[in-house]
Structure formats: structure tokens, C-alpha cells
Design a protein around this ligand. Structure first.
Ligand SMILES: Nc1ncnc2c1ncn2[C@@H]1O[C@H](COP(=O)(O)OP(=O)(O)OP(=O)(O)O)[C@@H](O)[C@H]1O
Ligand SMILES: [Mg+2]
Length: 278
């Protein structure tokens, strides 16, 4: 597994972007999500500073940058997970499906079905594998064939073959990598358009991480994937576009992944990517 590591110390200028050339050029993709003049604050502290960016549909967009630069905050503004944080205040727009997700008539619960999320630490519910995946369907009042959807979602998360004979055992009995794929199955069951992932492989061993990377590539055929990662090689391998945030929540460069990793415009981006800081 020499090509998979979560160890940032291995970063070199040799990082090569995988162009994901089985997909059409990214400039031919529509826009799934757009941030416009976005500012986010926690109390008096600004975490996102005037970010405007368009995220392409059915592609993988990586958000990278040093700790505390606002990557998770930005990700959470997209499906309004920041609503849960009392002191968090959002200014500006996040457009999705022709609307600002912060408009008064947007139901955040419905929004989160369309924009699912997967976290750093796998967090299955203490329920059976089947019920973990069926969970969101129940809430949305899904009236189709739940078991068929569970199977389809587990297949979509590349987990079906490993769990099909134990659907009624607890999700917590799975390995870490399997639990993370279960969380991905849970996120895709309600048929979202966008999947947000916040460092989804950083708690996993390299083999499990590699499986998730392969899965992310497949997911982008159907969904828009926006992923935060600290692992430069991972960003280079799996993403089509890369957004570099630096301290203060500023988006300093956003471009095709190959351009960011091979010929960034800004010296400070090159310094970050080559491990000179951050
Ligand atoms: N719930 C919160 N309450 C107050 N401040 C917060 C909260 N969450 C984040 N912040 C602050 O906002 C800034 C951005 O944090 P954020 O978690 O978005 O960074 P990050 O880029 O995801 O960092 P990391 O790479 O360490 O996960 C930091 O200064 C952080 O301290
Ligand atoms: Mg974070």
C-alpha cells in the first residue's frame, strides 16, 4: 500500500495529481453548490473570510489547508450543520438547487437529505447494519421498498458483499473501515445530490483508507463529493478540483487539482503543499 498514507511528512514536490481522466473535463460540469461572499464567525472570531467559489457537479472537490483555517466550518455551512453551534453566524449565500440554503423557507432537515455528511470518526448508530442504512429513510417517510434501498445503498458503498449475511447484527461490530462505509451507505440511502466528507479516512488504516478512496471515485459518478483532507497525496489522487484555504479562513487558490499540485499560482500555496508550513 505504498501509495496510501496519512503521514503528511511524506509530502514532496513529487506529488502527482491523478487527472481522473475517466470523467469529462471539469469545466464541462454544471455547478452543484456555490458560495458567494461567504463570511462565517464564531462570536467575534472570523473563521471564513469572504469566500466565493463554485463547486462542480458530480466531481470530487478537495478542501485543503492548515489546521484551523476553516475547512470544516466551510463544509458545515453547505448543509447548515453550523446551525447547531449557537455562536456561529453566517453572512453571504450558499446556493444549492437554485436557492440560498440560508433562505427562511429552507428546511435544514430536508436540506441535509440532499446534502449528506460523513465525518472523520465513523459514527454508526448502535443499531443493526440494516437499520443504520434505513434510518434516514424512515425519517423522510420513504414509502418504497426499504430492504431494496438498503441493499442498493450498501452496494453503492462497496460494503454489501461483506455484510449481506449479517444485516441484523450491530453496525458497531464492523471494523473501522467497514463502519465508515456503513456511514457512507447511510448518507447515500436518502438519494442525496452532494456528499460532504470531513477527513473521512484519517481515523483508518491505510488499507481501509484506500478502499474509501476507491469508493469516492465511484461515488463521483452519481454524486458531488466535497472532501476535507490533510493528506496531500489523497487530495491529488482523488480530486478533480482543489481549494486551498490558509489561516484566517481565506480561500487563496482554487483550481484543477493538477494545476494546484504541479504549478500553483502562489508561492504560499506551493509552500503549503510541499510541507514548508502547516
Ligand atoms: N464550535 C466552535 N466554536 C468556536 N470556534 C470554533 C468552533 N469551531 C471552529 N472554531 C474556530 O474556527 C476556526 C476554524 O475552525 P475549523 O474547525 O473550521 O478549521 P479546520 O480547517 O477544519 O481545522 P482542522 O484541520 O484542525 O480540522 C478555528 O479558529 C476554530 O478555533
Ligand atoms: Mg476540521
Amino acid at each position: 500500500m505504498s501509495n496510501t498514507t496519512s503521514d503528511d511528512s511524506l509530502i514532496t514536490t513529487e506529488v502527482q495529481a491523478d487527472s481522473n481522466d475517466d470523467r469529462a473535463p471539469v469545466n464541462e460540469a454544471g455547478t452543484a453548490v456555490a458560495a458567494r461572499d461567504l463570511n462565517v464567525y464564531y462570536g467575534d472570531e472570523q473563521a471564513i473570510n469572504d469566500v466565493t467559489m463554485e463547486i462542480p457537479e458530480k466531481r470530487v472537490t478537495a478542501l485543503i489547508g492548515p489546521s484551523g483555517c476553516g475547512k470544516s466550518t466551510f463544509l458545515r455551512t453547505i448543509n447548515r450543520m453550523n446551525d447547531m453551534i449557537d455562536i456561529c453566524r453566517v453572512e453571504g449565500d450558499v446556493e444549492f438547487g437554485g436557492k440560498n440554503v440560508y433562505d427562511a423557507d429552507v428546511d435544514p432537515v430536508a436540506l441535509r437529505r440532499k446534502i449528506g455528511m460523513v465525518f472523520q470518526k465513523p459514527n454508526p448508530f448502535p443499531k443493526s447494519i440494516r437499520d443504520n442504512v434505513a434510518y434516514g429513510l424512515k425519517i423522510q417517510g420513504f414509502d418504497g421498498d426499504v430492504d431494496a434501498r438498503v441493499e442498493e445503498s450498501l452496494k453503492g458503498a462497496a460494503l454489501w458483499d461483506e455484510v449481506k449475511d449479517q444485516l441484523h447484527s450491530s453496525g458497531l461490530e464492523l471494523s473501522g473501515g467497514q463502519q465508515q462505509r456503513l456511514c457512507i451507505a447511510r448518507a447515500i440511502a436518502p438519494d442525496p445530490e452532494v456528499i460532504l466528507m470531513d477527513e473521512p479516512t484519517s481515523a483508518l488504516d491505510p488499507v481501509a483508507a484506500s478502499k474509501i478512496e476507491d469508493l469516492i471515485d465511484d461515488l463521483a459518478e452519481e454524486y458531488t463529493v466535497i472532501i476535507v483532507t490533510h493528506n496531500m497525496q489523497q487530495a491529488a489522487r482523488i480530486s478533480d478540483r482543489t481549494a486551498v484555504f490558509l489561516t484566517g479562513g481565506e480561500l487563496v487558490e482554487y483550481d484543477d487539482t493538477a494545476k494546484i499540485f504541479e504549478d500553483p499560482e502562489q508561492q504560499r500555496v506551493e509552500d503549503y503543499i510541499t510541507g514548508k508550513f502547516g
